[in-house]
Every structure is written in structure tokens, then in C-alpha cells.
Design a protein around this ligand. Structure first.
Ligand SMILES: [Zn+2]
Ligand SMILES: [Zn+2]
Length: 136
């Protein structure tokens, strides 16, 4: 069981079941929603995630194409968001309180990283999503 929560503690969730490994996404949208160079994210089936408290404290923002972010209405922390058709949650790994047991599988959308971003670690650096060509 892996627990996660927002900064103010109003929203708490837990994940019971398998997750993907962590992808570090350097795309411009992830930079906007996280405020940092790359967004650490993982995915899990929607059946695996349960809101423990604060589900009524979630602000759901979506762009015209459906991409977006869910946040705590009090503190603004990013929170797990239902992905695509709703079968899976996209989870910002930074809000997890426990070690999810998975590690960074690679850096994605390095082709659109910020000019000042220095990509660290040994994971593969891909131009777009997982399965795309290496960056550079
Ligand atoms: Zn909060
Ligand atoms: Zn991204």
C-alpha cells in the first residue's frame, strides 16, 4: 500500500496494486503544472486508487484536448488525475508519502525540455514518450 497526500493534508489517497515505473516528463505542459524542470509521474489502474479523504477538495482543470491537472482547492498541490477514458490514474510521484517501490524508467519529451534543464541520472533520454527515438 502506497499513501499520498497534498501539502495541507486535506486530500489523502492510497494505491493498492501495481503501478508503472516512473517517467520524468520534460514537456512544456508538465513544466507548467509542476513548476519544475520535469514532472515525475507514474500510472496505475483506476481500480487500484482509493481516495481516503478530501475528494471534495479536488479542483479539476482540463484543456480543450483533455490534458490537464487535478489539484487540492486549498493548497494547490497536484493530485492523481483520471487519464483518458478513465481506466487509469496519472499520479504525480512527488505527492507520495511512501516509497512506491518503483524507480525512474526514463526521461520523456527531452526533445522539448527547457533550455536551462540539465537532465540527470542514467535513465534513457527520449525525444517524446516511451517508445520514441532517443533525444539528440
Ligand atoms: Zn491540500
Ligand atoms: Zn509531460
Amino acid at each position: 500500500m502506497t499513501r499520498g497526500s497534498c501539502l495541507c493534508g486535506a486530500v489523502v489517497f492510497e494505491i493498492d496494486g501495481e503501478t508503472t515505473e516512473i517517467g520524468m516528463c520534460h514537456c512544456s505542459k508538465c513544466r507548467k503544472v509542476s513548476g519544475v524542470a520535469s514532472n515525475a509521474t507514474l500510472m496505475t489502474s483506476s481500480d487500484n486508487l482509493r481516495w481516503v479523504s478530501g475528494e471534495d477538495h479536488i479542483m479539476k482543470y482540463a484543456m480543450a484536448d483533455g490534458w490537464g491537472a487535478w489539484r487540492c482547492t486549498t493548497c494547490g498541490s497536484p493530485l492523481p488525475k483520471l487519464h483518458g477514458g478513465g481506466g487509469a490514474y496519472w499520479v504525480p510521484a512527488g505527492v507520495l508519502d511512501d516509497d512506491p517501490g518503483v524507480r525512474i524508467a526514463g526521461h520523456i519529451f527531452v526533445g522539448s525540455k527547457a533550455a536551462w534543464d540539465e537532465v540527470g541520472g542514467n535513465g534513457p533520454r527520449l525525444s517524446k514518450g516511451f517508445g520514441s527515438k532517443p533525444a539528440d
